[in-house]
Design a protein around this ligand. Structure first.
Ligand SMILES: Cc1cc2nc3c(=O)[nH]c(=O)nc-3n(C[C@H](O)[C@H](O)[C@H](O)COP(=O)(O)OP(=O)(O)OC[C@H]3O[C@@H](n4cnc5c(N)ncnc54)[C@H](O)[C@@H]3O)c2cc1C
Length: 452
């Protein structure tokens, strides 16, 4: 059954040069990049904090791929890490030369960076619909406790992760078939862990990336990853299945822990994997939130019983929302390929680099050798719509390229590139698909981005 929603007049609450929808690594970088390029920017976010998966889901492993020889991204993403370190919002990451972000304290880091850049913060407003005229997005309509409101913007950046704006504006998008989607995860943290006993047990029985493989999962590596240490946990859950604590059909409970704090907090527990969860379908998400919390509590009980150091521990918190990895992507002017990320793609319209780090769809390749690829501007440009760029995990590309570009540091590359491009196209009154690449690259360089 369907009904017709009556048309209504709504207030225009804000006018801006650039509006960014969604404030994850992609959106935050986009808003800051645009503001630093000298235009007015509003950042719209449905939740009460900026940071996206970092703060809303609790994904703290911002650069867990980084090793001695890694040639890494430079730009606002690195600033996130450096600023978080300076503000006491990090802890050493156990498998890499990087710092894990503290998901809670990063909320404050993001607040500060948004306000310092002069961005208009607009929390607690969800994007509801665009108004498209003559093939160009002109207006963004939000929904909130205040009802429906309109924002007028000269350029729009879709950083929702799910290409919500592009999809509703009629741009070409595609979605991985649900049975092939990367699993969703209900993330959680524990407290009351004995950090010394936990670390001792990890050191005495170190796990490797090869250990990720099981009856359910195969992992393609280049071989060099196999013997490297991974903060991985499966044995306690296997014991829990044998003891009848976890039902045998949940032998998928296993995965990585992120950081152990002196305070007894064990965070970023990425142990619950929920296949066939469609992050654009609220019914699917409802069912998987409930199932995920149930499985997380089974994992907590198993750790208490079988993981040294966790005997007196308890659940500290779940992420504010289920973690979604894989939904809609745009069909872009250039869709990146597996070949681009595996074979050091090079592009004339590069907006930044990302190391050869591929994690997803059964592939794990770590950038231990200094190899890296460039990210082309055209991968942000949706086909079939004007005034709109997409940043973050919904940019154009095939599944293997997404296993690289979905990573948070790479989302900051597409974010900063989108933000600067949107700003320059307003300042120079030119369409996004006609932007002078020398101009874009010049401003990105000025902002500290490594392009080549
Ligand atoms: C469980 C899990 C573990 C992961 N582990 C890692 C890891 O260790 N390292 C790594 O680099 N990557 C990891 N990833 C991937 C990474 O977190 C994401 O790919 C990345 O955060 C995507 O960034 P984004 O900015 O595109 O979107 P997101 O981080 O998803 O941010 C999107 C933002 O947009 C907001 N939003 C969405 N829709 C609307 C709307 N309609 N209106 C207003 N706001 C909206 C959301 O609330 C959110 O704040 C993991 C992902 C998951 C789910």
């Amino acid at each position: 059954m369907q009904i017709t929603e009556p048309a209504r007049r709504i207030d225009v609450i804000h006018e801006t040069d650039v509006v960014v929808i969604g404030s994850g690594p992609g959106g935050l970088a986009a808003a800051i990049g645009a503001a630093r390029a000298g235009v007015s920017v509003a950042l719209v976010e449905r939740f009460g904090c900026f940071g996206g998966n970092i703060t809303a889901v609790g994904v703290e492993g911002f650069a867990w791929y980084r090793h001695e020889k890694t040639v890494d991204t430079e730009g606002v993403g690195r600033e996130f890490e450096v600023r978080a370190l300076a503000d006491g919002a990090t802890t050493p990451e156990p498998q890499s030369d990087s710092n894990a972000l503290d998901a809670e304290r990063f909320k404050l880091v993001a607040d500060k960076m948004v306000l310092e850049a002069g961005i208009t913060p607009m929390l607690h407003r969800a994007f509801a619909a665009p108004i498209v005229e003559d093939g160009a997005v002109r207006v963004i309509i939000t929904e909130s406790k205040a009802g429906r409101e309109a924002i007028l913007a000269k350029r729009v950046i879709d950083a929702t992760g799910d290409a919500d704006v592009a999809y509703r504006a009629g741009a070409l998008t595609c979605k991985t078939p649900v049975e092939e989607m990367q699993a969703a995860s209900v993330m959680f943290s524990m407290t009351g862990v004995d950090p010394r006993a936990f670390s001792k047990a990890v050191q005495e029985d170190p796990q490797t990336y090869k250990d990720w493989e099981s009856g359910e999962w195969t992992v393609e590596t280049t071989g060099k990853e196999d013997a490297m240490f991974s903060p991985f946990l499966r044995k306690p859950f296997k014991q829990a299945v044998e003891a009848g604590l976890i039902p045998a059909h949940l032998s998928t409970i296993s995965g990585t822990w992120g950081a152990i704090y002196d305070s007894g907090d064990l965070t970023y527990l990425n142990l619950v994997h929920l296949p066939e969860c469609d992050g654009t379908d609220p019914d699917s998400m409802t069912q998987n939130e409930i199932e995920g919390r149930k499985q997380a509590m089974l994992a907590v009980e198993a750790l208490k019983r079988f993981q040294p150091g966790c005997e007196s521990a308890k659940l500290r918190n779940f992420g504010m929302t289920i973690g979604i990895r894989d939904t809609r992507k745009i069909q872009a002017v250039y869709d990146m390929t597996g070949q681009d990320v595996r074979e050091q793609g090079r592009f004339e319209d590069s907006i930044g680099i990302f190391p050869e780090f591929i994690d997803g769809y059964g592939i794990l390749i770590l950038p231990t050798t200094g190899r890296y690829f460039q990210v082309p501007y055209r991968t942000l440009l949706p086909k079939g719509i004007q005034n709109l760029l997409v940043a973050g995990r919904a940019t154009g590309g095939d599944p293997v390229s997404h296993a690289a570009t979905r990573n948070m540091m790479c989302c900051t590359v597409t974010g900063q590139g989108a933000g600067v491009a949107a700003a320059l196209s307003v300042k120079h009154s030119c369409d996004l698909d006609r932007l002078d690449m020398a101009l874009l690259q010049g401003e990105l360089k000025r902002q500290g981005v490594r392009l080549h």
